[in-house]
Design a protein around this ligand. Structure first.
Ligand SMILES: C[S@@+](CC[C@H](N)C(=O)[O-])C[C@H]1O[C@@H](n2cnc3c(N)ncnc32)[C@H](O)[C@@H]1O
Length: 333
């Protein structure tokens, strides 16, 4: 006998999601990183009103994000402590802050996006990234959000690609420079470029300086829609192609091919839809996020990407799942 439980649980999933996003916004996990706090101390530290505070904190316990001991003190669950304390290098809360500030309100417009086929973001009506970057606060939230989402894939790419065979790389659409920093830390022989729009320069440079890597990593400002890409042994397109329509995806792969030497490699990393388009709900929902947020963007399968790479004259295409639900697609020139 079927029950409606699964359906109703899915319908309410936004409540659990928003509780997590608000907890990250309020920095609950950073507050608890130094050690457990009782209810009153934690409530006061977070500035919570009396009404709702206990339900909120206990909901986080029930969701497995906090633990509460028999005397009523709250502490972080181990994964929350590792990934949601903003003072730890493994912090991924930047991505969740971005969901909270940008995606969450825009998803209220999903039905309208489906009925019109049009983006529901004001920025995309003009020129998504430059319009967003005119507001420094939005640029900063976005850049930190990208670092939150890129950290685990970057570590996996550092570990799973034959970097010893290459000397230079260029990360196209680098944002704050998470991937270049991770690669340079893991492989001292590498030097790299972070390529992005001019407004990202200061953010990239201060992030790279904070990691003491300015001697090996530099920023190149440019527009990948109009400019050639910087030359390097390896070109990385991390979570770039999904922002754009098909013609632009193909253009970017051709530009990557032009920038590589013979034997050079392109690495695309992205949350791929499964080839059968049946099982990876997260990736399919991410593609709807592109519908809502961008003018022509959509997510795609590994098979799609390999076909576009072959059309751009790449060979030896290979799809490999990496961390954080992402995959890397590697091809050679
Ligand atoms: C979705 S983010 C991905 C950031 C990073 N690669 C990652 O995986 O976290 C897309 C990046 O492309 C950059 N970008 C967008 N349009 C661009 C353009 N026309 N030329 C150069 N960079 C661009 C954005 O500034 C942003 O940093």
């Amino acid at each position: 006998m079927f029950t409606p439980d699964r359906i109703l649980t899915l319908g309410r999933a936004f409540m659990a999601s928003k509780a997590l996003l608000s907890a990250v916004e309020l920095d609950v996990f950073t507050a608890l990183a130094a050690g457990p706090l009782d209810f009153k101390s934690l409530k006061n530290r977070l500035g919570l009103a009396e009404r709702g505070a206990r339900d909120f904190l206990d909901a986080l316990v029930a969701l497995g994000l906090l633990e509460r001991d028999p005397v009523g003190c709250y502490r972080n669950a181990p994964d929350a402590d590792n990934y949601l304390d903003r003072h730890k290098p493994s912090y991924v809360g930047g991505e969740l802050r971005l969901y909270n500030q940008r995606q969450y309100p825009h998803w209220d417009r999903l039905t309208a996006a489906l009925l019109t086929g049009e983006s529901q973001s004001q920025e995309s009506a003009i020129d998504y990234f430059p319009t967003m970057y005119a507001d420094r606060a939005k640029l900063s939230t976005f850049a930190q959000g990208m670092t939150g989402g890129a950290l685990l894939p970057a570590r996996a790419i550092a570990a799973n690609f034959p970097w010893a065979e290459h000397k230079t790389f260029a990360d196209i659409g680098t944002a704050q420079g998470c991937l270049p920093v991770v690669l340079a830390q893991a492989h001292p022989h590498l030097t790299g470029i972070g390529f992005d729009l001019t407004p990202m320069k200061a953010t990239f440079e201060s992030y790279v300086c904070a990691h003491a890597l300015a001697d090996r990593l530099r920023f190149v400002a440019g527009n990948f829609l109009t400019d050639a890409l910087p030359k390097a042994d390896v070109i990385v397109l991390g979570r770039i192609l999904h922002n754009w329509d098909l013609a632009t995806k193909k253009l970017l792969l051709r530009r990557a091919h032009d920038a590589l030497p013979p034997g050079g490699a392109v690495i695309v990393y992205e949350r791929l839809i499964d080839d059968e388009r049946r099982t990876n709900a997260t990736a399919l929902l991410a593609s709807l996020n592109m519908l809502i947020m961008t003018r022509g963007g959509f997510d795609y399968t590994g098979a799609d990407c390999c076909t576009w790479m072959q059309e751009a004259d790449f060979r030896n295409t290979c799809v490999e799942p990496i961390a954080g639900g992402q995959s890397m697609i590697v091809a050679l020139k």
